[in-house]
Design a protein around this ligand. Structure first.
Ligand SMILES: Cc1ncc(COP(=O)(O)O)c(C=O)c1O
Length: 410
């Protein structure tokens, strides 16, 4: 008889078999009985399947697709290594990330580096290693990059991140009259730079095609401005912004890819390659927390030993909650979740539908925490989670708070 298992949180690597929870092929009890909460688990096979879906869908519309994983979503070397093995590139914002990318084996021609702060050391390491592109968020950085490229006798390909014109966004270059005049005047003096690519990243968790279209229009408008001053752009980089893969289904992603393709065709834009820099889509739903109910208060407030210090609002993650101790019960009762930071602001979710009965000590699963939770985590002095990587029946501990002080990069 074929066993019927039900997905949890829409994730095929989180299943329930009657009242048993299975994480890829590892029983939930393996973690709950052997390790103290908080526990964080990453699903290697989910990361791989997310990358494969993304590349397959976009390649079906763009044969000149280049995909760069946005390291800031999750910089753990073990996670980055899985991604490297899938053959895509890396988008890097700083030196610690660049070191990890090189260490886990990303080839420099698949690494693009850029951000609002380009330190001399970051630029030198990037140029010395001959990374594919350096992305500037401010035209002021061009002269500095040019002079370092000269020192290394190297012609550096450059991408200009333009301001996405999203309300109040200050990131990226505004190609206004002054900046265009500057570029026109300086472009021939910047002998060791080759401005090749334009980037606009609009937002995160974009669940509406209109947002993707606005981003494309920004790219197209700026492309024309650059063309007019004699800078011919070869590659279009649309950044990231896709929701978690269990939130944005293959069908929706396919629709987005098709609409982008149609819009570019309608606008008769010619380009060599099209780039995307997904972060959340590739790793967001590959991470879960196991937390414990430490306190229950009036009006169905459950206090968990995972709070905003490790599962921060800034991550903008699509959090979903399950009581692992009552996995088969229906979610009908409005319940709120609080963390353990001693402030009323430590709220994980309000009025979330949940099982009726909950007890202190029950284990709670929080899904979709693979992207930005660790990046935006802070140093509130509570024990850090044990971190595991699960692949099929195998589970490997990749961070042990009893032995290591920190998981951040240096
Ligand atoms: C330039 C750029 N590219 C890619 C990303 C990744 O975004 P997401 O994780 O939403 O795909 C970001 C996120 O802030 C970004 O700023």
């Amino acid at each position: 008889m074929i066993k019927y298992m039900k997905k949890i949180s829409g994730n095929p690597y989180l299943q329930k078999d009657n009242d048993k929870l299975i994480i890829d092929q590892v029983p939930f009890e393996y973690f709950s009985e052997n390790f103290k909460t908080p526990i964080m688990i990453f699903l290697e096979n989910k990361i791989k399947s997310n990358i494969q879906s993304f590349v397959k869908i976009f390649k079906s519309y763009f044969n000149n697709l280049q995909c760069f994983y946005s390291f800031k979503a999750n910089f753990l070397p073990e996670i980055c290594k899985i991604i490297q093995n899938q053959g895509i590139g890396a988008e890097i914002v700083g030196l610690p990330e660049l070191k990890v990318a090189l260490k886990v084996g990303f080839s420099p021609e698949k690494i693009i580096v850029g951000g609002p702060y380009l330190s001399t050391k970051l630029l030198k390491t990037s140029i010395k290693n001959k990374v594919k592109e350096i992305i500037v968020y401010s035209l002021n950085d061009l002269k500095k990059i040019d002079s370092i490229a000269k020192q290394y006798n190297h012609i550096q390909d450059i991408c200009i991140r333009v301001n996405s014109q999203k309300y109040e966004s200050r990131l990226g270059v505004d190609l206004n009259k002054k900046n265009l005049e500057f570029l026109e005047r300086e472009k021939n003096k910047l002998e060791n730079l080759n401005i090749k690519t334009i980037l606009s990243h609009f937002s995160t968790q974009m669940n509406n095609i209109k947002l993707f279209k606005r981003n494309i229009n920004t790219i197209v408008e700026n492309l024309e401005k650059l063309n007019k001053i004699g800078i011919s752009i070869k590659n279009l980089n649309f950044g990231g912004g896709f929701p978690e893969a269990t939130i944005m289904t293959d069908k929706q992603l396919d629709f987005v890819a098709q609409e982008i393709k149609n819009l570019l065709d309608d606008l008769t834009i010619s380009y060599e390659s099209i780039y995307f820099e997904p972060g959340r889509y590739l790793v967001g739903d590959a991470g879960i927390f196991i937390a414990k109910i430490v306190q229950i208060k009036e009006k169905r407030w459950l206090f968990l030993n995972v709070g905003n210090h490790i599962c921060p609002k800034f991550s903008r993650a699509s959090l979903r909650f399950y009581n692992a101790s009552r996995i088969s019960e229906s979610h009908k009762y409005k319940t709120s979740f609080s963390g353990i930071i001693p402030t009323d602001q430590d709220i994980l979710a309000k009025d979330y539908f949940f099982p009726e009965i909950n007890s202190r000590g029950d284990k709670i699963i929080i899904t979709n925490v693979g992207a930005y939770c660790l990046t935006f985590s802070n140093r509130f002095p509570y024990t850090l989670p044990s971190i595991f990587l699960v692949n099929g029946k195998e589970s490997k501990q990749i961070f042990n708070p009893n032995l290591e002080k920190d998981f951040s990069l240096s």
